[in-house]
Design a protein around this ligand. Structure first.
Ligand SMILES: [Fe+2]
Length: 246
């Protein structure tokens, strides 16, 4: 099964990716001390948290290289790396925040907070629009913790691609962000839960995972060992033009 059919590809750790993970470890643990946590302080979204350059290197560190990045950069051509998202999960994830609805909390526990990146929920009714047309999502493991792994639904990317193609039919790409895709997104998600296999993808330090931008994915609730956190660096560069998103 190809990346676009299954929805992701895992790459073994290489000496170079392990070196990169080690080279950012001090910056990562410092940044996680002060960054915002949610869900009862058991999760940090960590968007743009790592102060790396376009090669992925932090000051005095090394560039990110390796097969996973090569595979990502071959999909639509080289894109500069942005400040990495440092996604961290602690034992007990997910706890419920006071302002979080029971429905949202239940979805996070029962369905791994499954989502497609870039379709942000907005306003009290959490209506979704295409706001961030990511090219791809590349995750690099920064810890060896198997708890609360990334989860993805096998074969969900083509299902969502088809749904979004119908939603944006006849709409110029510069106006795709105006289309409210909430209902279609939710019905497609239900279909994927019924028809696609849920697969857990734990990452060891230096292991990589390349996700198709249309694959349904989330984070499993914490189970097992009680030492954490589980930390992953994500690069999600945006496409040069929205038209390339489909
Ligand atoms: Fe995501």
């Amino acid at each position: 099964m190809s990346l676009s059919d299954r929805g992701w590809q895992v790459f073994p750790a290489e000496p170079a990716t392990i070196d990169w993970a080690r080279s950012v470890s001090t910056e990562v643990s410092d940044a996680l001390k002060t960054t915002e946590r949610r869900h009862g302080a058991t999760w940090a979204p960590g968007v743009d948290l790592l102060k790396n350059d376009a090669s992925g290197a932090v000051a005095g560190g090394v560039a990110l290289v390796g097969e996973a990045l090569v595979a990502a950069q071959s999909l639509i051509g080289p894109l500069p790396l942005h400040a990495a998202q440092i996604s961290a999960v602690w034992p007990g994830y997910p706890k419920q925040d006071p302002e979080e609805s029971d429905a949202n909390h239940h979805y996070r526990r029962a369905r791994d907070a499954a989502h497609i990146d870039g379709l942000l929920p907005e306003g009290p009714n959490r209506r979704r629009h295409l706001r961030e047309p990511h090219a791809w999502i590349l995750g690099i493991g920064l810890t060896d913790t198997p708890a609360a792994p990334l989860v993805a639904w096998k074969g969900s990317a083509p299902v969502f691609r088809k749904a979004f193609t119908s939603a944006f039919e006849g709409v110029p790409p510069e106006s795709w962000g105006d289309v409210d895709v909430t209902d279609l997104y939710q019905s497609t998600r239900r279909k994927v839960f019924e028809t696609c296999a849920r697969v857990e993808i734990p990452l060891q330090t230096g292991e990589g995972v390349l996700l198709d931008r249309h694959v349904l994915h989330g984070v499993a609730p914490w189970a097992g060992q009680d030492t954490g956190p589980r930390v992953t660096a994500f690069f999600r560069p945006e496409l040069p033009t929205t038209a390339e998103w489909l």
